[in-house]
Write a protein that binds this ligand. Structure first.
Ligand code: ZN
Length: 247
């Protein structure tokens, strides 16, 4: 028996298969990360080929079979054309897509991740972003994405003693988040420790829904993100393949 599905999704990755086929990985609204095979899609100028450009939002129909999903139809809903003309924005698309591709388990229904991805792509298309803002944007996306995947950080209280933290503290992903000054002084310094002058900066950054003006220094958040990713499955491979490559 074959089952037909139609859903919306953003195209994260495309990979050549055999002579004319292609494996297309989408992040879909209904099925999470999903692979479909475009059969003979690289031959000629088929409608399927034209409607499956990388990083587009499409409505895709596919048939679920024993040998995988076969793409049967695709219609473009948004192609984020303006953003793709901008080299900085295009590389942000690559980074985000690679992060989701590597870190998100396959076919786990993550509606929150789909909405975050869509909202982010729409924002990247619409907003004017400087080089610095592009980096902050990536950190913001990543922290929320990791949160939705279940990697929650303790940022309200010290991850070690549970006491409230005010002002200066340290960030240590080994402990699961923020560590207060006194707990930190009890432990030998760790190579992944990051000193934070103001814990509220990190809290404001991690709070979903809060409007950001992108004025923060991306360097600090990039350091936090990198040490955080080192503790997430596949995070290390993303650091090697996707993040450190062009940073
Ligand atoms: Zn403490």
């Amino acid at each position: 028996m074959f089952t037909h599905h139609t859903t919306r999704g953003i195209i994260l990755r495309k990979k050549k298969l055999r002579e004319a086929d292609e494996i297309i990985t989408l992040f879909t609204r209904d099925f999470g990360k999903t692979e479909v095979i475009g059969r003979s899609i690289r031959k000629g100028n088929s409608k399927l080929k034209m409607n499956t450009s990388l990083f587009s939002l499409v409505e895709a129909s596919f048939v679920e079979g024993r040998a995988g999903n076969t793409l049967t139809d695709a219609a473009v809903i948004a192609d984020f054309r303006e953003a793709k003309k901008d080299l900085g924005k295009l590389s942000l698309f690559y980074r985000i897509a690679e992060e989701v591709f590597l870190l998100c388990p396959r076919e786990e229904k993550e509606k929150d991740v789909f909405l975050l991805l869509l909202e982010s792509f729409l924002k990247i298309e619409k907003e004017k972003l400087t080089k610095k803002e592009l980096k902050v944007f990536f950190c913001l996306f990543s922290f929320r994405f990791l949160y939705f995947l279940g990697y929650k950080l303790y940022i309200e209280k010290c991850a070690f003693c549970g006491e409230s933290v005010r002002g200066e503290c340290h960030f240590n992903p080994e402990e699961g988040g923020v560590v207060c000054r006194s707990c930190f002084s009890l432990k030998p310094p760790s190579r992944i420790n990051i000193y934070l002058e103001d814990v509220n900066l990190l809290r404001s950054f991690l709070k979903p829904g809060e409007k950001k003006d992108f004025v923060q220094d991306p360097g600090l958040f990039m350091d936090i993100l990198k040490s955080y990713l080192a503790f997430v499955p596949e995070g290390e491979s993303f650091l090697d393949k996707g993040l450190n490559k062009n940073n």
